[in-house]
Design a protein. Structure first.
Length: 177
């Protein structure tokens, strides 16, 4: 009761000159109206959200099948990026003219960025392969990254395809019932 009264005073609904009868009407009204309005608003939100969230319940079945192969794919892809970042850093350290735009003594973060953009087939703004060795290394990285993305991802999807089809049939049969 005191919390509601302080709230009504703070909102300006009740001023300091309010009579006891005003309080006797406003406080019980506030204790009934606000919770009822919050309940009805929450109920309407749940009614609206329920069918939209049920889709995610079905998605969990698919994700349970896919998380290990897709996670393995991601770990392998990131391993390729880190491995080639080390190769680029080593080549840049032993042959400073191998990459144009590379800062003398560039750190691992710059080489990781370059390796990440190279794995995606994008141009990196500051570092450019200048020597034959650097171009061969970038070419090998592109081929390995593309091969990993295409071949391994296709293999993963073909191995989990039957499991995904089985889940789709089960969910379809449940939907028919």
């Amino acid at each position: 009761m005191p919390v509601v009264l302080i709230g009504l005073l703070a909102l300006g609904v009740v001023d300091e000159g309010a009579t006891i009868w005003d309080m006797a009407v406003l406080v019980p009204l506030a204790l009934l109206v606000f919770p009822a309005a919050a309940f009805l608003l929450g109920r309407a939100a749940i009614v609206w959200l329920r069918p939209r969230l049920q889709v995610y319940g079905q998605l969990a079945d698919y994700l349970r099948v896919m998380w290990v192969p897709i996670g393995g794919f991601a770990v392998g892809y990131l391993t390729i990026i880190v491995l080639f970042a080390g190769f680029y850093g080593m080549l840049g350290r032993f042959s400073p003219a191998a990459f144009g735009g590379a800062v003398e003594g560039a750190g691992i973060t710059e080489w990781l960025s370059f390796s990440f953009f190279t794995a995606l087939g994008q141009d990196f703004i500051t570092v450019v392969p200048a020597s034959l060795g650097a171009r061969v290394l970038v070419g090998a990285h592109l081929i390995l990254s593309a091969g990993w993305a295409v071949v391994l991802f296709a293999a993963v999807m073909s191995s989990i395809g039957p499991k995904l089809n089985r889940i789709a049939r089960q969910l379809g049969e449940e939907g028919d019932d």
